[in-house]
Write a protein that binds this ligand. Sequence first.
Ligand code: DPP
Ligand code: ZN
Length: 867
Amino acid sequence: PQAIYRKDYHQPDFFIESIDLHFSLDEDVTLVHSQMVIRPRTTNQTVPLVLQGESLVLKNLKLNGQVLNTHDYQVDKIHLTIPTVPTQSFTLETIVEIKPQENTALTGLYKSSGNYCTQCEAEGFRRITYFLDRPDVMARYTTTIVADKNRYPVLLSNGNRVEYGELTDGRHWVKWADPFPKPSYLFALVAGNLHCHGGKFVTRSGREVRLEIWVEPQNHDQCEHALQSLAKAMRWDEERFGLEYDLDIYMIVAVSDFNMGAMENKGLNVFNAKFVLCRPDTATDDDYENIEAVIAHEYFHNWTGNRVTCRDWFQLTLKEGLTVFRDQSFTEEMTSAAVKRIQDVRILRTSQFAEDQSPMAHPIRPESYIEMNNFYTVTVYNKGAEVIRLYQTLLGKDGFRRGMDLYFQRHDGQAVTCDDFRAAMADANKMDLSQFERWYDQAGTPVVDVLGTYNALEKTYSLTLRQQIPANLQAWHIPIAVGLLGKNGQDLPLQLATETNSNRTCIIELREVEQTVTFVNIPEAPIPSLLRHFSAPIKLNFSRQREELAFLMAHDSDPFNRWEAGQQLAQQVIFDLLADWQADKPLQLDPLFSNAVLKILQDTQLEGSIKALMLTLPTEGFLGQQQAEVAVEGLFTVRQFVLQQLAQDHYTQWLTIYKANHHTPYSNEASAIACRRLKNVALHYLCRLDTAETTALAEQQFTQSDNMTDQQSALSCLVNTTGTAKTIALTRFYTQWKENPLVLDKWFSVQAMSYLPDTFENVQALLQHSDFNLKNPNRARSLLAVFSQNQAQFHRADGLAYQLQADIVLQLNTLNPQIASRFVSVFNHWRRFDPARQALMQTQLTRIIQHPDLSKDVYEVVSKSLN
Ligand code: DPP
Ligand code: ZN
């Protein structure tokens, strides 16, 4: 397979002005009839017209109404080429046959639960009809869908419904017209038996927009939260960015089989049902929050993605980084800024920093790809969002808004680049952002070493910051938010030597390899709080004593850094214990850490959700990343020891917290959510003790809960207990929820996450369960992707889990290459493990790459991994 390079971009030779599509949906073959008006970019020379098309059977081809004869064109597996076409605009008509019912890749047109749906991003439209399937070709679409009226009473596409009618043979038809030119990746079609949960939204300019959530009929009572979330997102975008919705109708369809989270097709979003459906008894608090966030994310794409789209796929972060930043900001305002920030940074540091350490490392704007679908990554999305956040940190909220306004003013209706976005930010604020481009060019996580010096005589405090610059790279432009705490735990007023005013938090703009800043009028040796709010996606090294971390954990006015100090303290404690364990010394928990945890437990001022986060240890995966070679067994053992010890040390306090928060009635309010988070953290600690008493507590919660947060949490405690309670609860949960696939996914996940040593054997058995189905991405992920994150169990020393994973990857390679490629990516980190595990993983990677008929998706990841 060939790589495609960003530097090779050239404009299309042809534009497609309009496309009139006609679908005849049938159980055997579906016919797609397309009529395009095509305009050559230049009229002075003739170039061949090369359209993309995959898995299509061409039945008819006409140019300006004339049937083309087979000498006049060529068809291969991925193209339709017409060597000679007119130099002026012309019409091209094609008829192709496709078989959506056989499409297990879930890209293009496919069937899910008996209904038809589409997924075109990035390059799925070419599996529907021949087209210039690239985002800088924007056309006006009309779409007519014809289907059996009984089986497919609902027929949807982008834009507005303009005509409909009935045919004599039991079929009916609907015609849709989308007034906005769009790239093909935003095309959508849905046909099926669906229930509509409707509502309306009045825009701030007074236009009424109809909102429709379409679901399988049995799910009619699980739509209201999605609808409310949509309305909230619409309002927020008006208030924060002045952006209004532009069509008269906004539709969201929930489907059960979906590769991604959701898709922002113009006016007709198609969603993974997981991000639409919820009811208190079926969905957890996190599910509710994720639904609100994903609904908002796709809605926000209407401006950042659809109205202004990407010139080419290398620019993906233009729309994804920006839209993730927008959805994060939205959630920060809807829930708690601190909690959301901590959650987002956790994802960034566990997944994206790991990607930076892997052979798949790439800048947020990649330089090349073999298969674009492999670049829908945490780097493009989450690091991309951090880079957008940097603009806001540097320019301020108002400056960022000015940049956004200029971006839309300049580029509405266009397909543009990351450079265009950066230029709008720079021009609107008259700021030089040329060095900032390095965030787009350079892969990897910047590392900054910091030294602090207090001068008691002068009453100054200096920070020297030094970037570690890898070979061939250059210094980044990094805003670092800093505060200084006095001995009483309060922020000291900050005044730079160059300033007259003082602040509590100051942003240092680090542009050079090394810079020193000096604060004046500092009365005592301060304790610095660095990188507040995680002001840049970097690793910051500053050496600290445990006492200092415990102090920050108790006092920092920046809640993010308070949490961060606790995490760093826990990490130090765990790594020191690991050294003891490796030296065969007895393990003993540092009382300083245990006391710091106790202080958090007893802190009555601390908000519950933050408290719950502060009581959660860093994961084995995150800890492993900080090591030169992941100590699989050691980290597992030591971390378990710490949890167990904290459970014992503070038994009474855990129980008190549990009881104090247990009786709060269910609601979706932040305060009730905080109670559930806190009590469930407490329950997990208590259940570490595996006594009759603690198991009874979990059992009671499991049977009496009226909401999924509590039920699932109790179940996940019980699967780690050793008595009969585990089997009883699992059976009961299965019987209660076997008809609800999204809840049943949780049943698989909870078992895959168990830390007991028979987890792998259980996963193997679950693969044979009648409800397991590899073709359904949610189900496959719920068991296998979740298991592969269970570090100690997945990386068991005998390599059996690796072999199983590779077997699955090879099956998925044929069924669904996109999911196969995600699943094979767990091996990307193979070089970070001990030699024995390296050899075992390498064996599986080699076995995979030798497979004939390897998809581009899997080939790209595995070949980079082995390189
Ligand atoms: N649907 C995916 C997303 O919204 C890709 N655009 O991120
Ligand atoms: Zn997106």
